[in-house]
Design a protein around this ligand. Structure first.
Ligand code: TUI
Length: 314
């Protein structure tokens, strides 16, 4: 059994968060992860507040355990979704892809634990000062919107910059990854890609298959030119996008190419126009299994690695 400041703070069995993946992480997946002893997180992505409220209701109907909502701060609906999370008094709010400062007081007044994703030391210090309950340090191995630094570099830097508990994310999908994160000073992990293969994850079968078949060099980063780099599977669409980006295509056209591409991947498995977000660790995801089994397997896998950590110490 592994007990850390984050399991204690949230009253969860395992220090495992499920990433709040846009279009992917619905109320059903979040409830399955929370019922499995981790922290399930609904991804608001670019959806309006009504969608998020509905998914919160779904999760509440499926679990009595705590769960969270991720607010994607680049969303045009960020304000109303932030308000909905406060109204619904979810246990946890995580944030991504931006600076959540203007919502912090509202969430804290609602009794919500606020756990922002930070991709830099400056943001970690700011969030600590504004009263975050913990921080998620997400390295660029992750899927979706990525920062500059890798998990290996970011996690210890963030740990050294704050007294808050730090959750490591990006490139973690098994017990070794969890143990490594703990060695860097993290007290929990967040996994997104590993949960793409969960039975309760409602993505198109083509998406699941692609993740399961992915090898070590199967992801790439696009979107740097527009200032929001995202890591996805190296599909025909991703290659075309990269070609356009480096071939001098104007920003307006590049924006247009991206519109609706996440939805097309998740709902239609559209390899031509869909953007299949996934982290580098997709290479290690090999089968479909229940979310609760994933949580248990990963954490049970971490114990022998952590016990063996003294192997070379004399
Ligand atoms: O947010 C993510 N991953 C995401 S968001 C997303 S939806 C999307 N769709 C189209 C374009 C872009 C995104 C898919 N995947 N992860 C958390 C994360 N947050 N990674 C990096 C950051 C981050 C970056 C900058 C957090 C804070 C930040 O601060 C910038 C500032 O304002 O100083």
């Amino acid at each position: 059994m592994i007990v850390t400041p984050i399991t204690e703070m949230l009253g969860i069995e395992y220090p495992v968060f499920q990433g709040g993946m846009a279009w992917v992480a619905d109320g059903r997946l979040a409830a399955a992860v929370s019922n499995g002893g981790g922290l399930g997180i609904i991804g608001a992505g670019n959806a309006p507040a009504d969608y998020v409220r509905k998914e919160i209701q779904t999760a509440k109907s499926l679990t009595d355990k705590p769960f969270g909502v991720n607010i994607m701060l680049m969303s045009p609906f960020a304000d109303e979704v932030a308000q909905a999370a406060a109204d619904e008094k979810v246990a946890v709010v995580t944030t991504g892809a931006g600076n959540p400062s203007k919502y912090m007081d509202m969430w804290k007044e609602a009794g919500i634990k606020v756990i922002p994703v930070v991709a830099s030391v400056a943001m970690a210090k700011l969030m600590t000062r504004l009263g975050a309950s913990a921080l998620i340090a997400e390295g660029g191995e992750s899927g979706g919107h990525v920062g500059e630094l890798t998990t290996m570099v970011l996690v210890p830097l963030i740990v050294d910059s704050t007294d808050l508990p730090v959750i490591a994310a990006g490139g973690i999908a098994d017990g070794r990854g969890v143990a490594a994160a703990f060695m860097l000073g993290a007290v929990g992990v967040q996994m997104g890609t590993r949960f793409l293969s969960a039975e309760e994850c409602n993505i198109h079968p083509v998406y699941k298959e692609k993740v399961i078949k992915a090898g070590d060099l199967c992801t790439m980063v696009t979107g740097k030119k527009l200032g929001h780099p995202v890591r996805s599977l190296r599909t025909a669409f991703a290659r075309e996008y990269a070609k356009a980006e480096f071939g001098g295509t104007d920003d307006e056209t590049l924006e247009q190419m991206g519109v609706g591409s996440l939805r097309k991947a998740v709902q239609e498995g559209d390899l031509k126009d869909g953007c299949f977000l996934a982290g580098q660790i997709a290479a290690m995801v090999s089968r479909i299994q229940p979310a609760a089994e994933i949580v248990r397997e990963v954490m049970e896998g971490a114990e022998p690695v952590l016990r063996g950590a003294m192997k070379w110490v004399r």
